[in-house]
Design a binder for this molecule. Structure first.
Ligand SMILES: [Ca+2]
Ligand SMILES: [Ca+2]
Length: 466
């Protein structure tokens, strides 16, 4: 009893609060949704696909799904149909949770849907239709570029038993139609290498991107660093291009005289491979490839319509070259005796390029001067020469070349060959002097094992060479 009293008291308070709110805010007292946002029921709209290629034919299906099934007696709405798109009565359908079939109800001419469901589903209780959403199938022919709005506007779903409806100003989705118009052609170039050493060549391929078929045209190729243009050493045309003419100076023409269907190149076709040449005089730097339609010329489709060319990202490549060489490791031997030959063993020569790169030069690739027997004594400059890409650079370093030690003829042992040595030999031969073993070794100039008169002429010859 006590609990019942408390419950009655609580109910009374709640009723009082509801009445007060109803008096203060009459709108909340309405027992049906009258706003245009579905009265709290959300409508999720999906378009599939949500994008199309301009000019394309196809279909787009739009589905409207309510966040909860609405027990209703009927509905009406406008169907948003973009220009050029179309639907028929059977393309717009209502989805019902209590009926596997979809119900059509559409006035295709007026782009409206309206349907009284109560006639079909009875007028009371669970017999009423439970609407879960709608579906619309559009037929698209030659889609126009731009963003198109599809779906339902001013949608009203009538609630059973009430002279009111759930309303949505729009239950629509956007379909983007984006692609080059059919009369556009994009020319894309790709370089075979990002870097080209002076003296080398680079191939650049040109690919056509278009929805049309290319039948005729004239194109002008170039590669420039902004000041200097490279020489074009060759153009290889797609074998599918009929009547193609290499006009020289980087210009090609095909399908001449406006003849339609001369080339009939489909989209994404490789048009040409252009070879740009460089030499040792080519300025280093970044070169950008351009492909232009010469003034007064054009590109034509198979239908002989003039195409509007645009150009994708232009190919770029860097021309670089030899800037210097350095002896980064000295040779193992830097001191020689006259008559010996310079030996580069152990020497490392490094080449540096304009792009900042460097590499060790193979020993077989550079030359050294002097080569052969060293004939000059003292400090001798050695020059290393290397040529790459037609560019020649040198590096120098020094070696020391000493006199050969005297092994014969220094009879008096003073470290040099003079007439005094001949005098000493003469004195020995006539018995006026005696020699030590070292003197005897030096005096045996002809190396025959004895010191005698046969050593005189060879000794005089040695002295005369000094
Ligand atoms: Ca001497
Ligand atoms: Ca001798």
């Amino acid at each position: 009893m006590i609990m019942a009293r408390k419950l009655s008291k609580t109910l009374a308070l709640v009723l009082c609060a509801v009445l007060c709110l109803g008096l203060c805010i009459p709108a909340l007292a309405a027992d049906y949704p009258s706003d245009t946002n579905g009265g709290g029921i959300t409508a999720t709209v999906t378009a599939t696909p949500d994008s199309l290629a301009a000019g394309a034919d196809g279909s787009v299906t739009v589905t409207v799904v309510f966040s909860e099934a609405i027990q209703c007696s009927g509905f009406n709405a406008n169907v948003s149909v973009p220009s050029g798109w179309s639907t028929t009565a059977n393309d717009v359908k209502v989805n019902l949770s209590n009926d596997a079939a979809q119900r059509a109800g559409y006035n295709a001419t007026q782009n409206t849907i309206a349907k009284a469901l109560s006639n079909e589903y009875g007028t009371s209780g669970d017999e009423y239709a439970l609407v879960t959403g709608f579906s619309i199938t559009y037929t698209v022919t030659g889609a126009a570029a731009g963003e198109q709005t599809v779906g339902l506007t001013n949608l009203e779903v009538k609630k059973v038993g009430l002279d009111a409806a759930y309303k949505w100003a729009a239950a629509t989705a956007a379909v983007t139609v984006s692609a080059p118009p059919s009369n556009a052609v994009t020319l894309e170039t790709v370089a075979s290498a990002a870097k080209v050493k002076q003296g080398e060549s680079v191939d650049v391929t040109l690919t056509l991107k278009t929805a049309d078929i290319l039948a005729a045209g004239t194109l002008q190729f170039a590669a420039s660093d902004g000041t200097n243009s490279l020489t074009i050493s060759g153009i290889a045309l797609n074998t599918g291009i009929a009547g193609a003419v290499n006009e020289g100076n980087g210009k090609i023409s095909f399908g001449k005289s406006g003849s339609t269907g001369a080339a009939n190149l489909p989209a994404d076709t490789l048009i040409a491979t252009v070879t740009f040449a460089t030499d040792s005089a080519t300025p280093t730097g970044t070169y950008t490839v351009s492909v232009d339609v010469p003034a007064g010329q054009g590109l034509y489709s198979a239908a002989n319509t003039l195409l509007a060319p645009s150009f994708g990202t232009a190919a770029q490549f860097e021309v670089y070259g030899l800037t210097s060489i350095d002896v980064t490791t000295q040779p193992d031997t830097t001191v020689y005796v006259v008559g010996e030959s310079f030996d580069p063993a152990g020497m490392v020569v490094t080449a540096t390029y304009s792009d900042g790169s460097s590499e060790v030069v193979p020993a077989a690739s550079y030359t050294v001067d002097p080569s052969g027997e060293l004939t000059t004594t003292g400090t001798v400059t050695v020059t290393v020469t290397y040529t790459d890409g037609g560019v020649t650079k040198t590096a120098t370093f020094t070696i020391t070349v000493n006199d050969a030690p005297i092994t014969k003829g220094d009879v008096d042992g003073d470290g040099s060959l003079t007439m005094q040595d001949a005098q000493e030999l003469f004195n020995y031969l006539v018995g006026k002097a005696t020699f030590t073993d070292e003197q005897l070794s030096q005096a045996d100039v002809n190396s025959d094992g004895s010191v005698d008169s046969a050593d005189i002429v060879p000794l005089l010859n040695l002295i005369s060479q000094i």
